[in-house]
Design a protein around this ligand. Structure first.
Ligand code: ADP
Length: 411
């Protein structure tokens, strides 16, 4: 199962997108529909509202009179909180029921107008934002839905900004063009990303790409932040901390388009306890590096006990977002070095330039390997970086001593 959160400003075209996704086979869970359903006549929800706000929230047919409820419940914070405490749990329970009832291989599409405002992105494997410029949306709302212009403007002003939506979006669906244009975009999203992603989650397949450098992407940190929020939710208190590490965490550095994230845990057993929760949200385990495996090239001579180099690695099932998730034990040298290396580079531009040269040479070595041979290409890539890394390990720790760096002050 894959869960997609679908959102966008009012009038952007969310309903149009969710209709297409549902035609393609998505299991639609519509927050607005559920919010109405749980307070229909005869429901426990409606009785609770009457009990809290009085009989006059009902119309002459005994159904909910929304304007009357709004007048009572939106007047002050306490009433609003009371309303939310009645409706939110009911919506949550019904949503959970619908998701549990969906087939194992479902792509569940949750249409949630206020997903960004409610900071709900971490609940989904992917968040898609449907976008259209505010003036365009006002024109559509007034012209096609007959909404008074002032209402349309007021609603848009009360919602999240485009920038907040951009930070939350894994997928940005531009609906500025003709409605037909949207159709093709949504169809390829379905076929090229959602369906294979869902299949990969079920099969525990990790997406890997041939090592190749791309220009530094300024959205890498925001992409990492979204991944980290999802990981944090799945790990709960088992994660001591979660950090964006590696080259994509260094601003301006060209890198492989693979986001590295480190989950710090208290023990290797704790890392193993995360195997299943991470697999379920699309990060299957990739490798099992034990004390018996050769330790990484860097650090030679640094640590006497090879056991402290044990770690677990997970990858990502999303065809459009390769990731490496490193699970390492708090205080062990690999865990410390990942944070140190990032901070050393971030504050030492000369080293970044050096590292870029090494990465280019490594990418050239990988490019010489046949594209079908992922392992071979990765080995060529890592071997080319090895000698520089051995030195870097020592240099970074010298820098740490000079500057008084510690992992607890980084992040
Ligand atoms: P939302 O669900 O995001 O509030 P809708 O999908 O209901 O938005 O779209 C708002 C209005 O704009 C609807 O009347 C819809 O038919 C219309 N619409 C959607 N996409 C386009 C488009 N690309 N061009 C013109 N009108 C559109």
């Amino acid at each position: 199962m894959l869960r997609l959160g679908l959102t966008g400003g009012i009038g952007a075209g969310k309903s149009t997108v969710s209709r297409t996704l549902s035609e393609l086979g998505g299991v639609l869970v519509d927050a607005d529909v559920i919010a109405r359903e749980v307070v229909e006549p005869g429901t426990q929800g409606l009785s609770a509202l009457v009990e809290a706000f009085g009989e006059d929230v009902l119309d002459e047919n005994g159904a909910l009179n929304r304007p009357a409820l709004a007048a009572k419940a939106f007047g002050d914070d306490e009433s609003r909180a009371k309303l939310n405490s009645i409706v939110h749990p009911l919506v949550g329970r019904r949503t959970a029921e619908l998701i549990e009832g969906a087939p194992r291989d479902a792509v569940v599409v949750q249409d949630i107008p206020l997903l960004v405002e409610g900071k709900m992105g971490a609940l989904f494997q992917l968040v898609a934002v449907v976008y259209a410029d505010a003036e365009e949306r006002i024109e559509r709302l007034v012209g096609q839905r007959g909404m008074p212009e002032n209402d349309a403007r007021a609603r848009i002003a009360a919602q999240a900004t485009d920038e907040q939506r951009r930070d939350a979006a894994d997928i940005w669906i531009d609906n500025s063009g003709a409605p037909g244009d949207l159709d093709d975009v949504v169809r390829s999203l379905w076929a090229d990303r959602l369906v294979p992603f869902e299949q990969n989650i079920r099969d525990g397949v990790v997406v890997r790409t041939h090592p190749r450098l791309v220009s530094a992407d300024p959205t890498w940190p925001a992409q990492a932040a979204r991944l980290m929020a999802r990981l944090a939710l799945a790990c709960g208190s088992v994660a001591v901390r979660i950090d964006h590490i590696g080259s994509t965490a260094i601003s301006g550095l060209d890198a492989k388009d693979v986001v590295d994230i480190q989950i710090t845990v208290a023990s290797i057993d704790a890392a193993d306890a995360l195997t299943e929760p991470l697999r379920q949200i699309g990060f299957p385990r990739l490798a099992h590096i034990t004390a018996d495996d050769p330790k990484p090239a860097y650090g030679i001579g640094g640590e006497a006990d090879p056991a402290v180099w044990a770690k677990r690695i997970h990858g990502g099932a999303d065809p459009a977002r390769p990731v490496n998730i490193h699970l390492r034990v708090d205080g062990w040298p690999g865990q410390q070095f990942a944070l140190l290396f990032r901070d050393w580079l971030q504050s030492t531009p000369g080293v970044v330039a050096e590292y870029l040269d090494i990465k280019r040479a490594a990418a050239a070595a990988a490019a010489a390997v046949d594209v079908s041979d992922y392992e071979g290409a990765m080995t060529a890539y890592l071997n080319a970086k090895g000698p520089w890394f051995d030195r870097a390990y020592v240099r970074a720790w010298e820098w740490a001593e000079e500057t008084g760096w510690s992992a607890s002050t980084s992040a």
